[in-house]
Write a protein that binds this ligand. Sequence first.
Ligand SMILES: Nc1ncnc2c1ncn2[C@@H]1O[C@H](COP(=O)(O)OP(=O)(O)OP(=O)(O)O)[C@@H](O)[C@H]1O
Length: 242
Amino acid sequence: MEYAVAVNDLTVAYHKKPVLWDIDLEIPSGVLMAIVGPNGAGKSTLIKTMLNMIKPVTGETRFWGEVYEKQRKNIGYVPQRGSVDWDFPTNVLDVVTMGTYGELGWFKRPGKKEKEIAIRALEKVDMLPFADRQISQLSGGQQQRVFLARALVQNADIYFMDEPFQGVDAKTERAIISLLRELRSIGKTVVVVHHDLQTVEEYFDWVTLLNKVIIASGPVEKVFNEENLMKAYKSKVDKLFS
Ligand SMILES: Nc1ncnc2c1ncn2[C@@H]1O[C@H](COP(=O)(O)OP(=O)(O)OP(=O)(O)O)[C@@H](O)[C@H]1O
């Protein structure tokens, strides 16, 4: 099996207090994977560390056998909506067009071609009517769609998304999941920090259960079971299976 991502012996600490322990994780190419676990389990930290935003105490992450810097162009990231400054004075089209910078390099300005790519991506997420709108004037679901469009124009091979369904309405949630499925159908790998245990089986084919350590990781039908959920969530599981 070809692995898109291989995490080896990763330990991460904030102020010397470890929040992730001895993480070994392999993500096969082409899966639509959820990372689930209770609040504070280290889900966001895991993604950020894999993507070089946090320096681990030990361990490393490889993408198709190479370090992050070598594969940066092939890796897309959609951060948590709350972690972004939405008051920044810029419009929707520009935010998405900026997503093409990775391919352009820093010194070339985006031209007609890049704008067209951005417009197509906005169309895909149903946000073209908002192209000229300031990003500060968008709803939560609209912001999430803009982020997705921005990730799409990057044309990465793997996407990491930190809670893309948070605070969006049912219609946006359906739009996002169908987009993620489309990405998978064209061979992309998609890794999603996900909160809603009820939808894991419907949305994803691969899952990692995390609570500071890896509890289990693999095909949903194999590892998403009561025993592993109990280990990850302890008492909260009874409710899900009742
Ligand atoms: N910048 C930081 N400085 C210090 N501690 C942090 C920092 N970021 C996160 N933490 C702590 O690290 C632990 C893991 O946090 P993280 O955000 O990765 O968890 P999570 O699983 O994504 O949580 P949630 O589901 O609540 O978003 C938590 O105990 C959190 O309080």
